[in-house]
Write a new protein. Structure first.
Length: 244
């Protein structure tokens, strides 16, 4: 028998206090792995600069274009995500079924806070959702994401140029996209649809930048950055749009 170890059976007679203490230590141990660990840590994954968040998205889009997405275990971190979220970006995206921001930027659950509406325009409800993402979830980046061959923008063009009549509540949607299309028309582009899609991103990027008090203040102080991009349906690449 090992003299230093003593009686093994005696060593297994744990006190109730010892068991409870050990359980407390185990409960406090960060067993979560992967991205969820980053979200549950003292420094969450979105405690980064707006530029760092944008680089994360552009790097992810490069992987998507190359058809080389990061390997993920989607089950990992579910428990952590059930109690908190730390998105690295808030995205105002078109509702088009061919545009899926999490795939386009190769991000996982909990990484993006996405607001989707046909034509990716800043409605009052959409702005409120983005305000929530910035004010309470601390997202450092806001992006307006348009896409090529956008049906909502194309419908707006047809209404303005051909007096096309749309049914239901679609005229309300057109009214929100009309200012960007009208601006594109004044510039006489060779391809009005492509140009209007870009102008629609710029217009709504400006709308968000002027949305007082939350988004405008956060942008003016450098807390967030508001950017725009157009997703190319054919190539998968997101081309950044320079604001006016």
């Amino acid at each position: 028998m090992c003299i230093g170890c003593g009686d093994i059976s005696h060593g297994l007679r744990w006190s109730r206090r010892g068991v409870l203490a050990g359980a407390a230590v185990m409960a406090a141990t960060p067993w979560v792995t992967g991205s969820a660990a980053a979200q549950g840590a003292a420094s969450p994954q979105n405690a980064i600069t707006p530029d760092a968040a944008l680089k994360r998205l552009t790097d992810g889009n490069a992987r998507y274009v190359a058809n080389a997405p990061a390997t993920r275990d989607y089950s990992a971190g579910r428990a952590a995500r059930a109690t908190a979220q730390y998105p690295v970006a808030a995205i105002l995206s078109c509702a088009d079924s061919r545009v899926a921001p999490e795939l386009v930027f190769d991000q996982g659950p909990g990484d993006l806070f996405v607001v989707r509406i046909a034509g990716n325009f800043a409605s009052n409800d959409g702005i409120a959702s983005l305000e929530y993402a910035v004010q309470f979830l601390k997202a450092p980046l806001v992006m307006v994401l348009g896409h090529t061959n956008c049906g909502a923008v194309d419908a707006t063009i047809k209404v303005l140029t051909d007096n096309t009549a749309l049914p239901g509540r679609l005229p309300q949607l057109v009214a929100s996209i009309r200012p960007a299309v009208a601006l594109a028309q004044t510039q006489g582009p060779s391809n009005l649809l492509d140009h209007a899609i870009v102008e629609n991103v710029r217009w709504n990027q400006s709308q968000l930048g002027n949305a007082e008090p939350i988004l405008a203040n956060a942008a003016s102080t450098g807390k967030i950055k508001i950017v725009g991009g157009v997703y190319d349906l054919a190539t998968g690449k997101v081309n950044m749009v320079n604001p006016r």
